[in-house]
Design a protein around this ligand. Structure first.
Ligand SMILES: [Fe+2]
Length: 194
């Protein structure tokens, strides 16, 4: 699934001015001098009651996949509104080196959790429905995929925090391992000898 990243707060307008409800969150994040504690991020997201109107300026949707709308960022964090049309999803990924937490603002998201197998491939272990207000946090080794599995016309909006910023995400899509080869066991067009 293709994802795009954009900064909707164009120019020098401060995020706290455009998104006043996010001010305590942004101020905490701007004070970071290292990786944020995951429990603190979860607590901050749980404590802020947000509706779509509170982040409307950041609710720009992608066309080919979910869109990452950057609200504020520094070396040590990234605060984003992610927007998802029906059928949009992340790759299967982990969170090595990054604290990641998000809150569902509008719509119901789905988190599909995975575990590594001896083969090196991953398998799904459970699926969690995430209604508005749900806060999800992911530890380093957690492997998951987030998706909008609602019907067409039903959007999903989530507020994400990453600390530090994600430079590269480990993904588990493995097209090479899942490739299929075709072969004719009957020896081409000769058919079966009787
Ligand atoms: Fe994630």
């Amino acid at each position: 699934m293709h994802a795009t990243t954009a900064t909707p707060t164009a120019g020098s307008t401060d995020a706290c001015t455009v998104f006043p409800k996010l001010k305590p969150l942004v101020e905490y994040l701007r004070g970071l001098t290292g990786r944020a504690d995951l429990a603190v991020l979860s607590r901050l997201l749980s404590g802020v009651d947000l509706a779509r109107a509170d982040v409307e300026r950041a609710c720009i949707f992608g066309t080919r996949g979910y869109r990452r709308n950057v609200i504020a960022a520094s070396e040590w964090f990234e605060l984003l509104a992610l927007t998802w049309r029906s059928g949009h999803c992340t790759p299967i990924h982990d969170h090595m080196g990054v604290s990641c937490a998000f809150r569902v603002i509008q719509g119901t998201g789905t988190e599909i959790r995975y575990a590594k197998t001896d083969s090196g491939l991953v398998r799904p272990t459970e699926s969690v429905s995430m209604p508005p207000g749900y806060v999800c946090s992911a530890n380093d080794p957690d492997i998951h995929q987030v998706a909008n599995l609602q019907a067409p016309g039903q959007d999903l909006i989530t507020l994400h925090i990453y600390s530090p910023r994600i430079v590269k995400m480990n993904t588990y899509s493995s097209p090479a391992a899942c490739a299929v080869e075709a072969g004719d066991v009957y020896g081409g067009s000769a058919g079966c000898a009787q």
